[in-house]
Design a protein around this ligand. Structure first.
Ligand code: ADP
Length: 503
């Protein structure tokens, strides 16, 4: 750089300045230009590094300038180095200088909003709150050319650093007095505020985290739907230049988008916590119902065995109906309990060794009485040789019982075929085919969601919780296998479960 003009002076400019030698090598480019490029320019880099899209064309102009000395105007377009940075359009004037060429440029962006939409999309993609805030800190640091950023919020009469990146990372999780803080000022002032040298300020956060070595700082409130959720702060190191208007505008814009993303995450978190409350309620309620039901079943048996005294045929018939209702209720309660324990991650795999044929036959035995009651036949085709498995037999049986139970429930006549085979030498495959009512294509995708039932009208003929298939698939996944379905309305369904022979 020229010996009599300090580089710092050029770096303080809002315009871009660059000096080229006669070979069109870059001797100097000020900070502004490097910011537009999103990267540093090494000494003696070819000028094409500065010129963006039409570099070759601009170079011809610059050579012509060297020859005739006539100033040239160049329209330079610089595309962003990062997906969330801006596309800059530089109006550049090139003059002949004593040692080569001097370039002076003013930069503008086509649409300052455009990259913000990108950021908003990226923020919207992440639903976990801590991830939203971390992304936000990273984006803000980059967008405002800072060295660190943090999201802060007010809790009671205190401030808290809820997320932080870069130079501010050491303050994460710290709380501080609200009185006199930048947080309080930004929340009350509703607009971006600046601090020229944070480390020399007397702010409460600095008293709690004295290791923070920060120079200029800007802070913007995060407001969504009339509510202030917190603030976002971007800072630079001690002695670095102050934030420019363009950077402050960018933070303002970013904070608007970010506030909406944070608001959305908050709503999601509330919904998830309501979901967890619902799960807990279901679990408690099912537990409470299980005890009296067991007692009911016991008394029923006592009466049916005629230990208390002899009963007439009609009385025995009523008792039998009561028994089948009790069994049905118990099955539903067991299903809800299985669902809640899967949801809470309480299910553990207990592997034992067993024969695949025993597993399948035991499952068929459970549904056989129901099938006979409906005059349905169940056939099983098993491999000729013994297939040994090491897996959780109870969970495997539960899956098959659910699938067979559905096959019986949704079939009025015909035969339910169970085919067992070894798949790829390492997995057991069970196909359960029924000639029942079948499932329409559009229903297939939501079949495995909890509480999903195809026929949800008041007129629905079949009882059930809509949890069986969801639980079955979750159990199959827990056992490192999978569960699929193929079906055609009025033709029938085939459910296929594949489980590894050894878990
Ligand atoms: P539930 O049977 O308790 O309602 P499931 O999760 O086991 O819950 O099944 C969900 C829905 O999928 C059923 O209500 C039914 O509409 C449909 N379905 C499941 N299996 C079959 C089948 N074999 N044939 C036809 N429809 C079925």
């Amino acid at each position: 750089m020229t010996s009599h003009v300090p580089a710092a002076l050029f770096d303080a400019l809002d315009t871009g300045v660059a000096l080229l030698d006669h070979q069109l090598k870059v001797k100097y480019a000020n900070k502004r230009w490097q910011e537009w490029l999103g990267s540093d320019i090494p000494d003696n880099a070819p000028v094409s590094k500065l010129l963006g899209d039409d570099a070759a064309f601009h170079e011809i102009e610059l050579r012509a300038l060297l020859a005739d000395g006539e100033p040239r105007s160049l329209a330079i377009v610089l595309h962003p180095a990062h997906a969330d940075s801006l596309t800059w359009r530089l109006s550049t004037v090139a003059h002949r200088a004593p040692d080569g060429i001097l370039l002076e440029a003013t930069g503008s962006t086509d649409d300052a909003q455009a990259p913000m939409h990108d950021i908003a999309r990226r923020l919207a993609e992440v639903s976990d709150m801590s991830e939203v805030l971390r992304t936000l800190c990273d984006v803000a640091t980059r967008q405002c050319s800072g060295t660190g950023a943090a999201v802060l919020r007010v809790i009671a009469s205190q401030g808290e650093v809820v997320a932080a990146a870069g130079d501010l990372a050491i303050a994460r999780g710290r709380t501080f007095a609200l009185e006199g803080s930048l947080l309080q000022e930004a929340v009350l002032g509703l607009d971006v505020i600046r601090e020229s040298n944070y480390s020399e300020s007397d702010r409460p956060l600095l008293k709690v985290v004295p290791e923070l070595e920060l120079g200029p700082m800007i802070v913007a409130p995060l407001r969504a739907h009339g509510e202030t959720l917190g603030v976002i702060a971007v800072a630079r190191g001690v002695g670095e230049r102050a934030f420019r208007h363009a950077e402050i505008d960018r933070l303002r814009l970013l904070s608007d988008h970010a506030a909406l993303a944070v608001h959305k995450s908050l709503l999601l978190m509330q919904a998830q916590s309501a979901d967890r409350a619902k799960g807990r309620f279901l679990a408690t309620m099912s537990h409470e119902l299980r005890t009296p039901l067991t007692a009911l079943a016991g008394y029923n048996e006592l009466l049916a065995d005629q230990v208390i005294g002899p009963l007439s045929e009609p009385q025995l018939d009523i008792l039998e109906r009561m028994r089948s209702v009790t069994i049905h209720l118990s099955a539903m309660i067991e299903e809800i309990l299985a669902y809640t324990s899967l949801e809470e991650g309480r299910e553990v795999v207990r592997p034992t060794e067993f024969l695949a044929a025993d597993l399948v036959n035991a499952a068929i035995a459970v549904v056989q009485p129901l099938a006979e009651h409906k005059n349905l036949c169940i056939t099983a085709i098993l491999p000729s040789e013994h297939v040994r498995m090491t897996s959780d037999i109870d969970k495997s049986r539960q899956i098959l019982v659910n699938l067979l139970g559905n096959a019986v429930k949704f079939t009025d006549k015909g035969t339910i075929a169970v085919r067992v085979s070894v798949h790829g030498g390492s997995a057991l495959r069970v196909d359960i085919r029924d000639p029942g009512i079948g499932i329409a294509d559009e229903e297939l995708s939501r079949l495995f969601r909890p509480f999903a039932q195809v026929d949800t009208g008041l007129t629905r003929r079949h009882g059930g919780t809509g949890l069986g298939l969801y639980i079955s698939r979750r159990l199959a996944t827990l056992l490192k296998g999978h569960l699929e379905v193929q079906s055609q309305v009025n033709v029938g369904s085939t459910f296929t479960v594949v489980l590894p022979l050894t878990i």
